[in-house]
Design a protein around this ligand. Sequence first.
Ligand code: C2E
Ligand code: MG
Ligand code: MG
Ligand code: MG
Length: 277
Amino acid sequence: RTKAYQRGSYTLFTREMGIEIRERAMLMQHLHKAFDAERLYLMYQPQIDLKNRRVLGFEALLRWRTDDGQMIPPADFIPLAEHSGLIISLGAWVLRTACFTMMQLLDKGFQLDRIAVNVSVIQFRQPDFFDLVESALRDSGLAPHFLELEITESMTMSGAGLFEESLARLKTLGLQIAIDDFGTGFSSLSYLDKLPVDRLKIDRAFVMQIDTENGPRIAELITQLGKKLGLQIIAEGIESELHLEVLQKLGCDEGQGFLIARPMLESAIEPWLREWK
Ligand code: C2E
Ligand code: MG
Ligand code: MG
Ligand code: MG
């Protein structure tokens, strides 16, 4: 086993590209193999209405378990997958799997509003991304309004014109768009106002800030900004009753976080939903 399996090395590689080419190639090979061997799988984290605690849906989150049982966090392997192009087939698989999972839950009678899926900029830029989304919806039978694509704020800043067009085209399908990690990038406000977006996700960093001297001031700003723009607001990383209380008071509509539930296996969803009621 190489040192590269340790989390720190991955982080070093992905964040600083400081690893040897040979080692990098090997990691990519492992990642490709992992995909083939179904060692990549999805976890689902509940999103709730902060007013009445109703479960709105789930965010699908990718996981990689290596042969020796180690968990590699997505922040460490998604840049790798983006670099190798694997993210295109991987992302397609995520999208389809999430749609099928959601459809199954609806078929079983669970009253949910959405399944949220993270989309990489590389994926988004593929000319056939629209077709991919359309076929995932069609093949799973999921009505488009149940699907939410999470794009990051940094994506909105890359390649402006084309991005807006692609997003508008996707919106014609009837799905929902959320801006993930909102507040961590620097998108222009006039641009944001023009984008066909439904929801802003307050980044976990600003929820964590509630515990510091600064308090919830950024979370408050984002909530107010979102309201002004007519958008729904969801907070991620809610870990304590204090976070929940403060966000509720600010008028934040929705949330997810360890306080409510950690990301869970698909098989854990149904028992969890029953217990939550
Ligand atoms: P994200 O989309 O912002 O996802 C939220 C992250 O915060 C998840 O980490 C989630 O497990 C974590 N989280 C949620 N609530 C809490 C909490 O209360 N406390 C703490 N400490 N963490 C919390 P995860 O699953 O490690 O994902 C990290 C990032 O990887 C995601 O950030 C997303 O950008 C990316 N990612 C995950 N799955 C996919 C995927 O299928 N495709 C793409 N392109 N990116 C993905
Ligand atoms: Mg996300
Ligand atoms: Mg997020
Ligand atoms: Mg985040």
